[in-house]
Design a protein around this ligand. Sequence first.
Ligand code: AMP
Ligand code: MG
Length: 418
Amino acid sequence: MSQPAGKLDPHEFKLDVSEAQHRIWQDCTPITDYQMISVREALHRILAEAIISPIDVPAYTNSAVDGYAILSTDIPEQGRQKLQVIGTAFAGEPFTGELQPGQAVRIMTGAVIPEGANCVVMQEQVQLHQSHVEISGQHRGGENIRRAGEDLAAGAIALAEGKRLIPADLGLLASLGVNEIRVRRRLRVAFFSTGNELRSLGEPLAKGQIYDSNRYTLLGMLKALDLELIDLGVVKDDPQSLRQALFAAADEADAIITSGGVSVGEADYIREIMQSLGKMHFWQIAMKPGRPLAYGRIADTPLFGLPGNPVAVMITFYQFVQPALLKLSGVSNVHAPQCFRVRSASSFRKRPGRTEFQRAILETDVHGELQVRSFGKQGSGILRSMSEANCLVVLPKDREDVAVGDWVDVQVFEGLMH
Ligand code: AMP
Ligand code: MG
């Protein structure tokens, strides 16, 4: 590890992507603090309690369609049966009488099933006369009826602890009459960029300087996770500033993310500082882009030292950091980014021995079949490839060149980016 850049032993040990994911995963323990919030504020928050249904859902037996509530004993064996229509049941306005043989009640979707009735015939399936309807023998008892408690019985778990709430969950909570819920507090994440060449927005660029883009990419990826963010700006590549920034971050945050300074270049102090703290791993990961990655703890706060290259920042974030942040936040069912398999419309050069993440475009061909084609230029500094692509083609470690028509695994941005 002490050799200068470019002279690394080509046979040096490299960690597999899945092994690095596993080690980080094992090391992260969820925060436990919680707060009470209203359902209106609950999108993307993480439940710190199981929600037990206080009621039956549906709360009462009701009609699934617009039609006629009848007794199943009136369904004819053959031919048709005339029934007298004795009233109407609306949603929120029940029919109060009791149904007798030979009678039907006009009923709307969601209305309480009248006393005595045990079947609803869809209005499209009856013949309507002035004050009666005619039904055929095709119907069955229980048809088009939603039983009280059939979706969720009172006392059953409606939402599990550790669930990250999606729009359907807000509706589900409302349907149970639940207004206040206990959620984990938001994870606090501090992040900064390292590099003497970096300037912040608004500052003029001198020769050899570039704008710090990683901090903005990180800002976007972190905002999408609905976390509490502490932006520590750009930190110079000197041991004093880096040490200060790292300890300040550890003090305030539950997790720290840095970019740059983890390769083997001269001015990359981050590795040295973190190594001197004793709880730091520097991994050469068998992947492209994103080879160098640091993971460890500063004063017990997990730290993710991402590479400096803009594309590598995004790819390592999604493969390693995002699942870990979700676990730290208290999400119980976190999984590594999911792949699905499609045909490739491009060929890819691939050398075995490392996992490659190629920027690509998933689209439908003229027959409406999904296919994926390479974005083209794959340099790890070309951020435009992440902006214009809509997925990553993941070529596993042992895979060799891909020919047009071969199956490949893709991770779709819409699924990766929360
Ligand atoms: P490093 O890992 O620090 O050697 O950085 C690798 C490459 O990424 C260099 O070309 C850096 O200039 C570039 N880089 C590092 N940090 C940033 C940043 N925050 N924004 C844009 N480019 C960066
Ligand atoms: Mg640097």
